[in-house]
Ligand binder design. Structure first.
Ligand SMILES: *Cc1c(COP(=O)(O)O)cnc(C)c1O
Length: 366
């Protein structure tokens, strides 16, 4: 099999692994100039930046003729203290997607396998394919939960990395402590398990473990966290991993030099210092999540219990029609054609419009 593709003599030869790569579909923005529209399609935080965070970001912006601190020193120190881990266990990147890509680059290439649940986060197939490795997708259970038993059985000599997205995007479902520990006990120690905890702060189920506790005596576990969701910094691109030294060191090697801007670093530090206020906002979103879930259940929908800032409606063939109905009503949701829609918990008014649309759709189509 050739390493490159493209027709002879026309343009640069590109790696064959790029052929047929799925493109990341960003959540659609709300249409400009249309009726009031709420963007419930990208799991963003609907609250605007906190004044104190904004102030620090703007101050950093005044020096953007300079490169940022390449090692993200202040942020790493702050994170190490916040999580009670050595600074050498913390590695930052351009969003946790950036860090996830570095983890795959550090572990898997052509001939190697990366296991993850499906459906799950749509970045996993992309970053796996870019690295030249092979995706092994393990279907979720009937209840849209990770099938950890099947994932353990999918491990081969070629497996290098396993993603466990907890809570899972787009279903919001979780794996709990006992089943996760049992799974980790079955994974060979030379296979890296990445616990993607992008929505950690939204979890209220006490049985869902904190990856930072799990990783401590497991050198083959890395925890991914982000400032994009609970902390509201999606546009600044900063995330991080907590992992034992060899893995964290590999992340520093695979990082794009100066990838995390000083604006992002300083805003992240300010956000950690404003955590009480930010987590208060998360609490309000969790209340809204409960309200939306109960509203949908009351309308007769079967909705998996979500521990994230979104809900999942399995609509099958009705998915596209439902998304179109939402858009006409003024909310943009994220359809996965033929499967279902993921709807971010946003502003109260946006959530209300979504609930009213879901109710009308249900009466009409079921
Ligand atoms: C949103 C999300 C991320 C975080 O993305 P960033 O690159 O940090 O913005 C990571 N993993 C999952 C599962 C997500 O849904």
């Amino acid at each position: 099999m050739s390493e490159t593709s493209g027709t002879s003599g026309t343009g640069p030869r590109l790696r064959a692994v790029l052929d047929g790569i799925p493109t990341y579909k960003p959540g659609r923005p709300a249409a400009a100039g249309g009726p009031v529209a709420y963007k419930l399609s990208s799991n963003e935080n609907p609250y605007p930046p906190l004044p104190g965070v904004m102030e620090r970001a703007l101050a950093a912006a005044a020096a953007f003729n300079r490169y940022p601190d390449m090692g993200c020193g202040e942020l790493v120190a702050e994170l190490a203290e916040r999580f009670g881990v050595p600074a050498s266990h913390v590695a930052t990147g351009t969003g946790s997607v950036g860090v996830a890509q570095q983890l795959v680059q550090a572990t898997a290439g052509p001939g190697d396998e990366v296991i993850y649940a499906w459906r799950s986060f749509e970045a996993y197939p992309i970053i796996t394919q870019v690295s030249g490795a092979t995706s092994v997708q393990v279907p979720l259970t009937e209840g849209d939960v990770h099938d950890l038993d099947a994932m353990a059985k999918a491990i081969t000599d070629r497996t290098r990395l396993i993603f466990v997205c907890n809570p899972n995007n787009p279903t919001g479902t979780v794996v709990r402590r006992a089943e996760l520990e049992r799974f980790l006990d079955r994974v060979p120690s030379d296979v890296l398990v990445v616990l993607d905890e992008a929505y950690k702060e939204f979890i209220r189920d006490p049985e869902v473990p904190d990856g930072c506790a799990i990783y401590r005596d497991r050198p083959n576990v890395a925890v991914l966290r982000t400032f994009s969701k609970a902390y509201g910094l999606a546009g600044l691109r900063v995330g991080f991993a907590i992992a034992h030294e060899p893995v964290a060191a590999a992340l520093r090697k695979t990082a794009v030099p100066f990838g995390v801007s000083q604006v992002a670093q300083d805003a992240a530090v300010a956000s950690l210092r404003a955590e009480d206020e930010l987590l208060g906002r998360v609490g309000s979103l969790v209340c809204e999540r409960t309200r939306v879930h109960e509203g949908l259940a009351g309308q007769g929908w079967t909705v998996p219990e979500s521990q994230a800032n979104f809900v999942w409606l399995r609509l099958g063939e009705r998915t596209a029609d439902f998304a179109a109905a939402c858009e006409r009503a003024g909310v943009v949701v994220r359809p996965f054609p033929g499967e279902g829609v993921r709807v971010t918990i946003g502003e109260t008014e946006g959530n209300d419009i979504f609930l009213r649309t879901a109710e009308a759709f249900r009466k009409e189509r079921y």
